[in-house]
Design a protein around this ligand. Structure first.
Ligand code: PAF
Length: 288
């Protein structure tokens, strides 16, 4: 497994692969890898086949964190991440530095961003106004450096995947955006690097996110007609409020393709939620 630090070296390698006709599968991550990430790697490997190459980027992208957010605290474990990638048969880990990705940013000499203006507005975009601009900017840069044929994202970040797919379409990136299912702990909690922040008591309470999903699904499936979003939201929020350290940020019902909010919630609608458990903000989503 090769470790590449420099963006220019990454792009040179990717151009060589292109010239020799090798398919490139790409899994962008911020590291602190868990089984959810590794399942994305397996997806990429399955799709590029034996002659293809799989690249994992490990980069905690500063531009997608607001000044009030957890950038400096974000969990990192380089030794473990590279061991897991090696064991999983990853070909290249691309781990650039901030200075190489955003040269001159501190001195005001970095000024180009990629902004998606529709799908990124609600939910995560409403709660974290600068977040998606950082995500689309860094993913566009990574696509230009890794030149992937396909890139795999986790369904846990449903809105992120939709925003990136739209960006790739709108800006004509020749990459197929693939979304792989959310991996869960045995009690239902969606795997996330941020779960590492939870104290044992918070960890126990965090299972409420997947319970909300299960309860919403049961309610929708047992109803004879679509349910009113406001009433269902209030019922689900009261489930969250039973946990002493949990606080709802949002609970939204929407069309899974267009992300347009729906006022009547029936089968096939999508639910996404963000909940603070203590200081940790967790998200989850699923089809109802
Ligand atoms: O989902 C993530 O880990 C990040 O948002 C991504 C896509 C790697 C961009 O930094």
């Amino acid at each position: 497994m090769r470790i590449v630090r420099s963006p220019a070296a990454m792009q040179r390698l990717a151009l060589d692969w292109k010239r020799s006709g090798r398919r490139v599968g790409f899994v962008p991550t911020m590291g602190y890898l868990h089984d959810g990430h590794l399942s994305l790697v397996r997806h990429a490997r399955g799709r590029v086949g034996d002659g293809g190459v799989v690249v994992v980027s490990i980069y905690v992208n500063p531009t997608q964190f607001a000044p009030t957010e957890d950038l400096s605290r974000y969990p990192r474990d380089w030794a473990r991440d590279t061991r897991l990638c090696r064991e999983e048969g990853v070909d290249v880990v691309f781990a650039p530095t901030d200075a190489s990705m955003y040269a001159g940013r501190d001195a005001g000499r970095y000024s180009t961003h990629v902004v998606e203006e529709q799908l990124s507005r609600g939910m995560e975009g409403a709660s974290r106004p600068t977040h998606f601009r950082g995500v689309t900017t860094v993913v566009a840069k990574l696509f230009n450096l890794v030149l992937p044929d396909l890139a795999v994202f986790g369904a846990k970040d449903w809105q992120q995947a939709a925003v990136i797919r739209r960006m790739a379409t709108d800006l004509n990136f020749p990459v197929k955006v693939v979304v792989a299912p959310t991996r869960r702990e045995p009690d239902g909690l969606a795997m996330s690097s941020r779960n590492a922040y939870l104290s044992p008591s918070e960890r126990a309470q965090a299972v409420v996110l997947s319970r909300v999903l299960a309860q919403a699904r049961a309610a929708v499936r047992s109803a004879r007609r679509p349910l009113g979003a406001a009433v269902l939201r209030a019922r689900l929020a009261s489930l969250v409020s039973k946990q002493p350290d949990a606080r709802v940020d949002y609970i939204e019902f929407f069309d899974p393709e267009t992300l347009a909010p729906t006022a009547r919630v029936g089968r096939g609608a999508h639910l996404a939620l963000a909940v603070f458990v203590g200081k940790t903000r967790l998200i989850d989503n699923g089809r109802l």
